[in-house]
Design a protein around this ligand. Structure first.
Ligand code: FAD
Length: 502
């Protein structure tokens, strides 16, 4: 791909897709791609396109890859912006881990096992599976679950079977909220708190009342009711940045992808073969057979112009709306109606071990999920580093650190009795105000697919129509979907493994 510079170093525009380019050169131009955004969606799309022989440039605004799943240094510690987990049913994300040669950096449970502590009673129950076919694999754990009465456990079983019968392709599921559906199936407030929301809040970043039935059904059907091992939990054994930045960068380099960091795409314009004829016609028709020009800000007063036949916009929905040329989507304003939801992580370094297992979930407390981050963060000198992952915390995301400290340290002492006599060496929080798209009823009708009306222009990102909530799995799938469409339009084959993962 030919790139041109603008700003102080400006040189002549020699892009092969430009006016006057001969047809052969234009054909080659269609095999060049710019991917905007270096989150999991963008990295995936870049790798899949490069693997098929396309010459790819990936441009990322920040100084690192990984998007919303990243790490940073705090003294000797390497801190994740937020605890991330995946499930065994996340096949596309695991394809991604293999593709970036990072499988050795994650841990995946042999069998689902989630300790669930009730902070009010001090009792711990477990959600786990046994070696029986679906749905019996969960039955023993449900029968023994101490946080529900016998009648509530039976009602959960009935609701789970009803959930299993839902058709995920039915658009009506998107218009209903999950809590109403649960209530209509006799689920008490206690079953919602102790079971349904325990899973929904962590996976959807929303309570059942805030979630569309469609996305909730996707999570429960795929994770708990599709295959016995589907919900086995995996997590990075190292900082997230080692995977999504370090290994991803190495894979992109090896695939020949040109990676531009600190390079924000500021504008995207079509390069019609006949150039500007001033006809002012239908924009979607005007961009037919065009190449694309992406203007990238590479520093103060500096820029670069990237020309390519294919562009994948793998940026959040609001940024995509800003960059999309007129006519590329029928109703671009829908993107602005896709809401966002926050996730807060509370990080506490104790002078001793307070959590005996890799993680636990809590009910009867504002504490949601607690993870041991000691080894993966590089903490030395004894002590333990725990991170609380607090999802759907719209009312807490902007609270001052001192307030969060007053709220969470006593709660941690309730949840982790060993913390009662322990000294707190460090306490800090990480806030992601737009961690995920909000999975509210109706959101399914707002999420666009990977193709746009403009030839050669595709969308990717966890917020696009993957059928999944905002997850690493959804992000990777979106990158695979976008690259598959792009390759098909270019007449290039897509690697079979990639198709299966998508
Ligand atoms: C705290 C937290 C916890 C989470 N927990 C989980 C979990 O446990 N499991 C799970 O599966 N998922 C989890 N998620 C969600 C998951 O991280 C995201 O769904 C996924 O990473 C989104 O990837 P993406 O590529 O779609 O988007 P992003 O990660 O948002 O990537 C978009 C990229 O585009 C870049 N960009 C934006 N504008 C421009 C521009 N103009 N030019 C160039 N680049 C631009 C951004 O800098 C960013 O790097 C969590 C998210 C957060 C924040």
């Amino acid at each position: 791909m030919t790139t041109t510079r603008s700003g102080p170093d400006a040189g002549p525009d020699t892009g092969p897709a430009g006016p006057g380019a001969d047809p052969a050169a234009r054909g080659r131009a269609r095999r060049t791609a710019v991917v905007v955004g270096g989150g999991l969606a963008g990295v995936t799309a870049a790798l899949a396109l490069a693997d098929a022989g396309v010459e790819v440039t990936l441009t990322e605004a920040r100084p690192r890859l990984g998007g919303l799943a990243f790490s940073f240094k705090r003294g000797e510690l390497t801190v994740d912006n937020g605890q991330h987990v995946f499930l065994r049913c996340c096949t596309a994300y695991q394809w991604f881990l293999d593709r970036i040669a990072a499988r050795d950096l994650v841990t995946l449970q042999d069998r689902l096992d989630v300790p669930v502590l009730d902070a009010d009673t001090g009792r711990t129950g477990r959600i786990g599976r046994v070696g029986l076919p679906v749905p019996l694999h969960l039955a023993p754990s449900l029968l023994r679950y101490p946080h529900l009465s016998v009648a509530e456990r039976a009602s959960v079983g009935r609701a789970a079977l009803a959930l299993r019968g839902l058709d995920l392709d039915d658009p009506a599921l998107d218009r209903v909220d999950f809590a109403s559906w649960l209530a209509a199936r006799g689920q008490s407030a206690r079953t919602v708190e102790a079971l349904w929301d325990l899973v929904a809040v962590a996976t959807l970043n929303a309570t059942s009342a805030q979630s569309s039935l469609g996305l909730a059904a996707k999570v429960f059907k795929t994770g708990l009711l599709s295959a016995p091992g589907a919900a086995d939990i995996g997590w990075a054994a190292v900082p997230l940045g080692d995977l999504h930045d370090g290994r991803a960068r190495a894979a992109l380099d090896a695939a020949g992808v040109r990676v531009l960091l600190r390079s924000r795409a500021a504008a995207l314009t079509a390069r019609p073969p006949g150039a500007d004829d001033g006809s002012g016609g239908d924009p979607a028709r005007d961009v037919a057979h065009a190449g694309w020009c992406v203007n990238v800000e590479t520093g103060p007063g500096r820029g670069e112009q990237l020309n390519a036949g294919t562009v994948v916009l793998a940026v959040p929905q609001h940024e995509a709306h800003e960059l999309l040329p007129a006519g590329a989507l029928e109703e671009p304003e829908k993107l602005l109606r896709i809401g966002t939801a926050p996730i807060l992580n509370v990080h506490v370094i104790y002078d001793r071990q307070v959590l005996q297992q890799p993680f636990l979930a809590a009910i009867g407390s504002p504490v949601q999920w607690v993870f041991d981050r000691t080894r993966s963060s590089g903490l030395t000198g004894g002590g333990q580093y725990v991170a609380l992952s607090q999802s759907a915390v719209q009312d807490e995301i902007d609270l001052p650190v001192a307030e969060l400290r007053r709220r969470y340290l006593p709660e941690l002492e309730r949840v982790l009795p060993a913390a009662r006599g322990a000294a707190v060496r460090d306490f800090f929080v990480t806030r992601e105000r737009t961690a995920t798209f909000a999975p509210t009823p109706g959101v399914g009708a707002l999420r666009p697919g990977p193709a746009t009306r403009a030839p050669g222009l595709y969308l990717a990102g966890a917020w696009t129509a993957t059928g999944w909530p905002a997850t690493m799995e959804g992000a990777v799938r979106s990158g695979l979907h976008a690259s598959r469409q792009a390759l098909s339009a270019l007449g290039l084959p897509c690697e079979p493994g990639v198709l299966e993962a998508a």
